[in-house]
Design a protein around this ligand. Structure first.
Ligand SMILES: NC(=O)c1ccc[n+]([C@@H]2O[C@H](COP(=O)([O-])OP(=O)(O)OC[C@H]3O[C@@H](n4cnc5c(N)ncnc54)[C@H](O)[C@@H]3O)[C@@H](O)[C@H]2O)c1
Ligand SMILES: O=C(O)[C@H](O)CO
Length: 316
């Protein structure tokens, strides 16, 4: 039965019931999931849809997919990641792409600060020692966090929120970005190797995609040095994981806290076996508050698009 609600092709199959209800209130939903029925589902939606909602860091939207949807004008990404959307194809077809950066940035910044503290203060080893009845026995004296120099790779929304938290810890903040940011009080360092060399703890908030692939390589890790720590809350592909494992195992760096891996959801056995790494399963941005804010941002953009109004967070 036709409705007066705009049609939306939803490429996400794990939204909570409350989010689905919010979308159904506003849109006539069509769905597709990667797998054998994908093409047929896109074809069924094609006559109706002008917009897609997708987790653009997880599900690919290719040139072929866009070609199947002749009325498509907007790919709205729920969450910050959009590296699996073919931006060049979207641009050449006149299709706008938006993301949800900002909706989860405070939560990811909390998580990053948590990883910095947990890995530097050896929470994992301390928890184990206490549970195993080795109260303080042979426990090392891990470094203080406050006052240490924080290097941030990728000073976007999350990086900025993290830098503000670090200020409360009296941590000098340095950052590397594609270009210096206007109006921020932190020192810009033009290359990652120098950033790592000058930092006590390097946090990567770099996005995924080809442009950032393995930017954190052996040289950067060696520059961080044996008393340096590495934390990643951006994307796993920005790091050379083999080199990271080598650096952790040989104590070329002191430790790491990783929320993202280029192999995820698989965790390499060599990494899992290391005592000086703390892992969380890509949950840095996950919270009810983030889910609410990112959905609200996406709905706002979808409605603006259908009303012919300006879009927020355009990435193409
Ligand atoms: N762990 C999680 O749960 C989680 C949650 C949200 C976002 N993320 C990841 O974090 C990334 C950043 O999110 P954000 O909201 O801060 O995005 P953002 O767009 O606000 O910031 C990204 C920053 O990275 C910089 N950058 C991009 N390429 C670079 C390069 N080659 N060298 C140096 N700097 C570069 C950009 O200039 C920008 O300042 C996202 O793209 C996503 O991949 C992870
Ligand atoms: O990109 C994001 O927002 C997070 O990584 C969740 O996908």
């Amino acid at each position: 039965m036709p409705t007066d609600k705009p049609a939306l092709l939803l490429l996400i199959d794990d939204l909570p019931a409350s989010s689905m209800a919010r979308l159904r209130e506003r849109f006539e939903l069509y769905t597709a999931s990667p797998g054998p029925g994908w093409g047929a589902a896109l074809d069924a939606a094609a006559p109706h849809v002008r917009a897609i909602l997708v987790k653009g860091g997880i599900v690919a939207v290719t040139d072929d997919d866009m070609a199947r949807l002749p009325h498509l004008g907007l790919v709205s990404c729920l969450g910050a990641g959009f590296e699996r959307v073919d931006l060049a194809a979207a641009k050449s077809r006149g299709i706008a792409v938006t993301n949800g950066s900002g909706g989860n940035s405070e939560c990811v910044a909390d998580h990053a600060m948590g990883l910095v503290i947990a890995v530097m203060r050896e929470f994992r080893a301390g928890d184990l020692a206490a549970r195993e009845g080795r109260w303080q026995d042979g426990f090392p004296s891990p470094p203080r966090v406050s006052g240490k120099t924080l290097g941030i790779a990728g000073l976007g929304r999350i990086g900025t929120a993290l830098a503000r938290r670090a200020e409360a810890f009296r941590m000098p903040v340095l950052y590397c970005n594609r270009s210096p940011r206007d109006g921020v009080p932190w020192e810009y360092v033009p290359d990652l190797e120098t950033l790592a060399h000058r930092a006590d703890v390097l946090v990567s908030v770099l996005p995924g995609g080809e442009a950032t692939r393995r930017l954190i390589d052996r040289r950067v890790l060696e520059a961080l040095g044996p008393s340096g720590y590495f934390v990643n809350v951006g994307r796993g592909n920005a790091v050379d994981t083999d080199e990271l494992v080598r650096a952790l195992a040989s104590r070329a760096i002191a430790g790491a806290g990783l929320d993202v891996l280029d192999t995820e959801p698989a965790v390499p056995a060599e990494l899992a076996a290391l005592p000086n790494v703390l892992l969380t399963p890509h949950v840095g941005g996950r919270s009810p508050e983030s889910a609410d804010a990112t959905l609200e941002l996406a709905i706002g953009n979808l409605l603006a698009f259908h009303a012919g109004e300006p879009l927020q967070n355009r990435v193409a």
